[in-house]
Design a protein around this ligand. Structure first.
Ligand code: PEP
Length: 295
């Protein structure tokens, strides 16, 4: 059977909106700069049942239908639950589906793997690649992550490329260089500013309740933005840079109010529908004005 590109069937990406962006500590607004459209993505990892997924999706779709947010929302259930969640969210939902991983090959003898084509066919807009649980537990290298991201792009999916340093790397003062190297090696050559999201997730912050200091997040996100601009020029201003690692209702506002933090990748807290919706509303309040323009 030939691999068929089903890009045309994917839901359209929301348009980016420009807005005047005032650089903190500067007196005057700088010229019109494109701001990324913020994104809050929930990663359920290997959690969820048919019943819990159904009620989560019904809760979220009800709220998303009554309040249109100026940020995108995505959810990443385990693969066997994707179709159920898609159906429960409904055809007109604004909540996007996201795969948790995809294979670097497009089909064939790869038992246990899931192809980008399959994710696209079930209605995914995004796919996580390079999550630290895959880099560390499955020995995935940035070269492999790049191959997976390339396959995602080939099927019209937006890869959310996850990067982050370990505690030992941070302690050794290597956090920035490790993350920059991961990004440089994981980004496919043909990536444009419209088809990629980067998630900075320090390994030591995932599922631990520990988060970096605001200054450490800012330093890392500024460095990532600088690297992307160096590689793709000014257009990289619109690439959403998500922070992930123990984000919850208690710290979402502090984290997402930081400059160059364009949303969050949320693990454990995304399983709790009410808390996840609250994080999405916080993102909307912080990042978009009443007309839906990016702040
Ligand atoms: C994640 O799995 O990507 C994550 C950030 O997990 P948690 O929010 O639970 O730390």
């Amino acid at each position: 059977m030939e691999a068929v590109s089903i890009k045309a069937n994917l839901p359209a990406r929301p348009a980016y909106k420009a807005s005047k962006y005032i650089v903190p500590n500067q007196q005057v607004p700088c010229e019109m700069i494109q701001r990324p459209r913020p994104l809050v993505a929930g990663n359920w990892k290997m959690n969820g049942t048919r019943s819990s997924s159904h009620s989560w999706a019904k809760y979220m779709s009800r709220l998303a239908a009554t309040k249109v947010l100026g940020c995108d929302i995505a959810v990443s259930p385990p693969a066997p639950l994707l179709d159920l969640v898609a159906r429960a969210l409904g055809a007109t939902t604004t909540i996007a589906l996201c795969g948790q991983d995809c294979a670097p090959q497009d089909k064939g003898a790869h038992t246990g793997d899931i192809s980008a084509a399959m994710l696209a066919e079930v209605g995914c807009r995004y796919v996580l690649v390079g999550h630290s649980e895959r880099r560390n537990s499955h020995g995935e290298t940035s070269t492999l992550v790049k191959a997976k991201a390339s396959m995602a792009l080939a099927y019209g999916l937006i890869p959310i490329i996850c990067v982050g340093e370990t505690q030992a790397e941070r302690d050794a003062g290597r956090a920035i260089s490790v993350v920059r190297a991961q990004i440089s090696r994981s980004l496919p050559e043909r990536t444009t500013e419209l088809d990629v999201v980067i998630a900075y997730e320090p390994v030591w912050a995932i599922g631990t309740g520990r988060v970096p200091l605001p200054a450490e997040i800012c330093e890392m996100h500024d460095s990532i933005r600088e690297l992307l601009i160096r590689r793709m020029n000014k257009r990289a201003d619109v690439i959403p840079l998500l922070y992930g690692g123990s984000v919850g209702a208690m710290n979402a506002e502090e984290i997402m109010s930081l400059q160059n933090v364009d949303g969050a990748l949320v693990g454990g807290a995304s399983l709790k529908d009410e808390e996840f919706w609250g994080i999405c509303v916080t993102c909307d309040n912080l990042k978009s004005d009443s007309s839906g323009n990016m702040k």
